[in-house]
Ligand binder design. Structure first.
Ligand code: NAP
Ligand code: ZN
Length: 351
């Protein structure tokens, strides 16, 4: 018999949330049952429910920045026990056998991988995310949250943390290298903290100067308003890495101009329009435009340890279940400082 758990449920792209219950499967031998304390609000949740990426499967509970405590484990589980502090990110299953899985890039599983929500599991069931009080996940997809970290500020690391850590590592953010982070939102603010902790010199690029003072507090040494053409021109040729976290379309070529020779614009923001870029903008300067999608399980655990070691985690606003619709509007307005996390204990189903 599946159990039910309180959850925030969207019935359509425009319905907003109601507080109800969803089902969680019985424990399989390799499953972990987690009591969720906090779930971060990622812009991907919004793109998904509002069907900005295509049709979604309703009714739908989203959320892939999950932090909580283990309450029960299946008989074959060896790594976790009740009471352990754990997290779940964007993935809940993969085949474990294909080349990407063997290369620790489970997100690119060829079967393919199963997302934490709006995804069909290998059993045919649709997955439901973390805006809920409990989740059941295969042991292999459960991460350990370091003791030094509170659960509310840890939750956003499971998506925003790994999505910025992975490209910064891959493209060599380190002492002596300069990084620009474009968009100071959930992903962006983590990008700033992580790049600074890796030793890079960090500049934030935001639509205005409204977040300039905060950016310095997060670890940046300079801030540029992209609306200020003179300021953008002044930083041309300045960066080894431009990490674009913007959720909307931006003129990519303007950001390629900011690169030093051999630099890279690495995109993690995921709007739907094609990038417009002339070949000459890349060829002149041996420049690259790249993309990056979350990270594998081992790298996600590595990121959590890195953040704990450097004393960093997300800067959060804790919101109650009743305020999630309003929080989404604030995310879209770029108004959140810098990640909303839902206190899931406030979900009180009427039914
Ligand atoms: P977010 O918190 O809303 O931050 C996005 C930031 O983009 C805003 O804070 C804002 O920064 C800037 N922005 C928003 N609208 C803009 C516009 N019209 N023009 C210019 N700048 C604008 O979102 P998030 O949760 O960080 O997610 C960011 C993007 O990454 C989303 O598209 C999301 O789906 C995607 N994502 C990708 C992955 C992946 O694996 N690649 C993983 C998670 C999320 P300023 O206020 O500083 O201008
Ligand atoms: Zn996300």
């Amino acid at each position: 018999m599946p159990t039910t758990t309180p959850a925030l449920i969207a019935d359509s792209a425009t319905s907003g949330f109601r507080q109800g219950t969803i089902e969680r499967r019985d424990l399989r031998p390799d499953d972990v049952r987690i009591s969720i304390a906090y779930a971060g609000i990622c812009h991907s949740d919004i793109h998904t429910v509002r069907e900005e990426w295509g049709a979604a499967h309703f009714p739908l509970t989203v959320g892939h920045e999950i932090a909580g405590t283990v309450v029960d484990v299946g008989e074959d589980v060896t790594r976790y026990a009740p009471g352990d502090r754990v997290g779940v990110g964007c993935l809940v299953d993969s085949c474990g056998e294909c080349e990407p899985c063997k290369d620790a890039m489970e997100q690119f599983c060829t079967k393919p991988s199963v997302g934490t929500y709006n995804s069909q599991g290998y059993d045919g069931e649709w997955t439901m995310g973390g805006y809920s009080q409990e989740v059941v996940v295969r042991e292999r997809f459960v991460l350990r949250i370091p003791d030094a970290m509170e659960l509310d500020v840890a939750a956003p690391l499971l998506c925003a943390g790994i999505t910025t850590y992975s490209p910064l590592r891959r493209w060599g953010a380190a002492t002596g290298r300069s990084v620009a982070v474009v968009g100071v939102g959930g992903l962006g603010h983590m990008g700033v903290k992580i790049a600074a902790a890796m030793g890079a010199t960090v500049t934030t690029i935001s639509r205005s100067d409204a977040k300039a003072e905060d950016a310095i507090g997060l670890g940046a040494t300079a801030h540029v308003a992209s609306s200020d053409r003179g300021a953008m021109k002044a930083v041309r040729g300045s960066f080894d890495i431009v990490l674009n976290t913007v959720s909307a379309d931006i003129p990519i070529e303007d950001y390629v101009r900011l690169l030093k020779p051999a630099g890279v614009v690495v995109n993690v923001g995921l709007p739907m329009e094609p990038y417009s870029i002339r070949p000459g903008a890349l060829i002149g300067g041996n420049k690259a435009v790249a993309g990056s999608q979350i990270g594998g399980l081992a790298e996600t655990q590595e990121m959590l340890e890195f953040c704990a070691e450097h004393g960093i985690a997300a800067t959060v606003e804790v919101v109650a279940a009743a305020d999630v619709d309003a929080a989404w509007d604030r995310v879209v307005d770029g108004d959140v400082r810098y990640r909303c996390v839902i206190d899931t204990s406030t979900i009180t189903p009427a039914d």
